[in-house]
Design a protein around this ligand. Structure first.
Ligand code: ADP
Ligand code: GLC
Length: 505
């Protein structure tokens, strides 16, 4: 199959969160399965072109509300660091300096860029312009456009509404993946003309919503198929509690919605080889993990004591229940544990975390930073990983933690409910358990779950079994990529927006 994968960030080029991990790993895995994949990204100035071997390939005239804008398309390949595979995915970047020549991806100083609609309408339109000419540039025409999140949602709508005269695009089928339904790409209704779509699409049956326009809704309404990143989240977003106002739209399309769990990029996240770590370890030789723990204690200025080390690596956002962790800290610290937290985001949470570190200098370490290497080291060195998320579409750090023998303590929601197999005191010898789950997003529930974990940790054999069960479970992309391939097959059979006739184009 020929797949065009559109995303606004991808590892190893740029990253603000889990979408980048997915967009960097899934295309590569699909290529390994023998499919032709092209990942399309904005060419942010932040991307180091030299490091990633980006070479100018062509120029595109992208139609926009300002008239045609000239985009530079650069090309590279998605690296396979193991070099064990001869297949690779293409990467094409869309460059337009006034939109992407900035110091950040979506926001600065806590505020979204004022022209985000202009920027991502442009990018989404460029994806379609590129799709139409891929045959002459790469020698293959895409059959599937796989778009992700609000930033590329318009590419779905453009594909179904603006390109009836393009034989390639008329045959193109679309999958839209929602990684987080709370991030919707909402803009004032008055800005609708910037999308370049006809006014009939501004209404509540299309992109319109309560006096604004919602790009995510466009993807949800018009893609041939929808997916999200865990089976539980695919059900949750059909409810008012988790749907963020889009639950009715999702429910309408539930027959075309699938939940597929994210996987672990087992090259980037392997405790036996991870270049970010001071020592390596495996499920059968865990000695290196102690060295990693000591290194984390040293990095955070905590005493080198043999007490449980609890960790959080996260965007600092209400979604992640960081306030719950902060509220639970006094009682956690009373258990004689150390807690390290790494994250950036909400300024109030940042300053509350800094205050906690000052209040408990011997027990709490905080780093307000986005640092890939530090994230790896903390996940490797900790004993427990805390995720009291209010909602969690999938969650990757819990998967990474399990792979690194760091036992997750998570709220039972979304992907956390699907990926962490909970320990139960009623079945202390349950051999498959990989972590701890609780239901309420409250400090008390988190504290109780941590207390249970600490009791289990006191039993060295039982704890080792928990660690090893997580480390040895196959959570790689190989499993999920096969499910995407099955879904793509269904997508290809979709009749398309203008009916079956168009498929023969
Ligand atoms: P989300 O996408 O909602 O932020 P995920 O768990 O899916 O949550 O993915 C988060 C990704 O971002 C992980 O790769 C995690 O290691 C990384 N990450 C989060 N915060 C930081 C940080 N402060 N520094 C480095 N990496 C971080
Ligand atoms: C979103 C979600 C997270 C998920 C990630 C990648 O950012 O918040 O749960 O793992 O996307 O799909």
């Amino acid at each position: 199959m020929n797949i065009l994968f559109a995303a606004s960030e991808a590892m190893p080029f740029t990253k603000t969160g889990g979408l980048a991990d997915v967009a960097g790993a899934l295309p590569r895995e699909l290529a390994r399965l023998g499919h032709r994949v092209c990942l399309v990204l904005p060419r942010y100035a932040l991307i180091d072109g030299e490091q990633h071997g980006l070479k100018e390939r062509l120029h595109l005239k992208v139609p926009t509300f300002l008239g045609p804008l000239d985009a530079t398309v650069e090309e590279t390949r998605l690296p396979d660091p193991t070099l064990r595979f001869e297949t690779w995915a293409h990467v094409l970047t869309i460059g337009y300096e006034p939109y992407f020549g900035r110091s950040s991806l979506y926001m600065e100083g806590g505020k979204d860029y004022a022209d985000n609609l202009d920027r991502f309408a442009f990018f989404s339109r460029a994806v379609l312009e590129l799709a139409a000419i891929l045959d002459s540039t790469l020698g293959w025409a895409p059959q599937i456009l796989h778009a992700n999140d609000w930033q590329t949602a318009l590419s779905v709508v453009y594909g179904t509404h603006l390109y009836a005269s393009s034989p390639v695009i008329r045959k193109l089928r679309t999958l839209f993946t929602v990684h987080n339904v709370a991030y919707q790409g909402s803009f004032p209704q008055t800005a609708f003309p910037k999308t370049g779509l006809g006014p009939e699409l501004a209404g509540p049956d299309a992109l319109g919503r309560d006096g604004s326009i919602c790009l995510l809704k466009g993807g949800l309404r018009f893609a041939d198929f929808l997916s999200t990143v865990s089976p539980t989240y695919s059900l949750e977003i059909q409810t008012p509690e988790y749907g963020y106002g889009l639950d009715a739209v999702v429910r309408q399309r539930r027959d075309h919605l699938v939940g597929i769990l994210n996987g672990v990029d087992t090259v980037a996240w392997d405790p036996a080889t991870d270049p970010h770590l001071p020592a390596h370890f495996t499920s059968t030789d865990l000695s290196g993990k102690t060295i990693c723990k000591r290194a984390v204690q040293a990095a955070f200025g905590l005493p080198r004591r043999d007490v449980p080390l609890l960790a959080v690596v996260s965007r600092l956002d209400r979604q992640k229940g960081i306030d719950v962790v902060i509220a639970a800290l006094p009682e956690l610290v009373a258990e004689d544990v150390q807690v390290v937290l790494v994250g950036t985001g909400d300024p109030q949470l940042e300053s509350a975390l800094r205050s906690s570190a000052q209040r408990y200098p011997a027990n709490v370490g905080v780093r307000i930073d986005f640092d890939e290497g530090l994230a790896h080291r903390v996940i490797a060195g900790a004993d427990l990983f805390l995720m009291p998320s209010r909602y969690e579409p999938c969650g990757l750090t819990d998967l990474y933690s399990m792979r690194y023998g760091t036992v997750p303590v998570v709220r039972r929601t979304g992907g956390l409910a699907d990926t962490v197999l909970p320990y139960s005191p009623a079945r202390p010898d349950h051999a498959d358990a990989t972590g701890f789950q609780f239901d309420q997003a409250s400090p008390e529930a988190l504290r109780d779950s941590v207390r249970l974990a600490l009791r289990v940790q006191a039993n060295a054999d039982r704890w080792r079994r928990l660690m090893q069960a997580g480390m040895e479970r196959d959570m790689s992309w190989a499993v999920s990529a096969v499910q995407y391939v099955e879904l793509y097959r269904k997508v290809l059979e979709a009749p398309g927006p203008r009916g079956e006739l168009d498929r023969s184009g």
